[in-house]
Design a protein around this ligand. Structure first.
Ligand code: ADE
Ligand code: ZN
Length: 319
């Protein structure tokens, strides 16, 4: 699906394909507990979010140098361009790297090497969103924001990801206040596995402008009405929801009902190397399985630019 689109929910670490994982492992002298890429792919059978996160964090061991992060981002941008992506707001998880002794500067400088030439090389404009791991402490999130100080000219916003249930948005009130004071944009994962109240908290306590996933809003009609009224974008990830068993099958995905309700939905890939497809593949899957027509697909593509952090003139150029 090559309709021009923006991707607003993409974890760069979740684009690590098995082939690149083995290449980086060899380059860095890291041994992986899988015989080959086929054996690794066999491990891509997830029960839930946590079972995926275990593998996602394990494989990050191969990412060690600026060059590794640059290669990772460049590989993603190459694939994204082929699927019609014109703009990406890319998540990264600094704590997953700093906890392994890889400095914040290595991560940001490495990603930046690929991002700074992305418009020229791939025709894709970019933004970086730094996510806090919600299953780590609020103090660790605050320390991460402090460590990002020297790189804030390259970071557009903050997000919140990792294991959701038991880690409500309210835990991160102070760090989101500090991020807002620094002029950073705010998003958060909410309502992926967690309850609708986490979505409300993300809006009211963290002041987010956009909700990542937000799927479980459908359990609370008053919340749906609010999201419609306030035009809060949701960054949905249909293939991710199937692989992490948030929905039983793609045919059961509430995307059509969400569009019918008037929600500002976007379609994204989340962790495409793990979930069986990049953003164009997600568009293809919802077209085929949910029977979305041309007009709905155009609406989704349009929404992706509307919901982005692009300025109006940049948005016009990207569309
Ligand atoms: N980190 C990477 N992918 C994620 C997801 N789908 N939910 C929460 N945290 C994540
Ligand atoms: Zn995500």
């Amino acid at each position: 699906m090559s309709l021009p689109k923006a991707e607003l929910h993409l974890h760069i670490e979740g684009t690590l394909e098995p082939e690149l994982a083995f290449e980086l492992a060899a380059r860095n002298g890291v041994s992986l507990p899988y015989a080959d890429t086929d054996a690794l792919r066999e491990a891509y059978r997830f029960e839930d979010l946590q079972s995926f996160l275990n593998l996602y964090y394990e494989l990050m061991a191969v990412l060690r140098t600026e060059r590794d992060f640059a290669d990772l981002a460049d590989a993603y941008l190459t694939r994204a361009a082929a699927q019609g992506v014109r703009h990406v707001e890319m998540f990264f998880d600094p704590q997953a790297h700093t906890a392994r002794g890889v400095a914040m500067g290595t991560v940001v400088e490495g990603l930046w090497r690929a991002l700074e030439k992305s418009e020229e090389t791939h025709g894709i404009s970019t933004r970086l969103i730094m996510c806090f791991l919600r299953d780590e402490s609020a103090a660790s999130a605050m320390e991460t924001l402090r460590a990002a100080g020297p790189y804030l000219d390259r970071i557009t916003g903050v997000g919140l990801d990792s294991a959701e249930v038991g880690h409500p948005p309210v835990k991160f009130r102070e760090v989101y206040e500090a991020a807002a004071a620094l002029g950073l944009r705010r998003v958060a994962h909410a309502g992926e596995e967690g309850p609708p109240e986490y979505i409300t908290q993300a809006l009211d306590v963290l002041g987010v402008e956009r909700v990542d996933h937000g799927l479980r809003c459908m359990e609370d009609p008053a919340l749906v009405e609010r999201l419609v009224r306030e035009r809060i974008p949701l960054t949905l990830c249909p293939l991710s929801n199937v692989r992490l068993r948030t929905v039983d099958t793609l045919a059961d995905h509430p995307l059509p009902a969400m569009l019918d309700a008037g929600l500002l939905c976007t379609v994204n890939s989340d962790d495409p190397a793990y979930f069986g497809g990049y953003v164009g593949d997600n568009f293809d899957a919802v077209r085929r399985t949910l029977g979305l027509g041309e007009e709905r697909l155009r609406e989704l593509a349009r929404n992706s630019f509307t919901a982005s952090f692009l300025e109006d003139d940049e948005e016009r150029r990207a569309r």
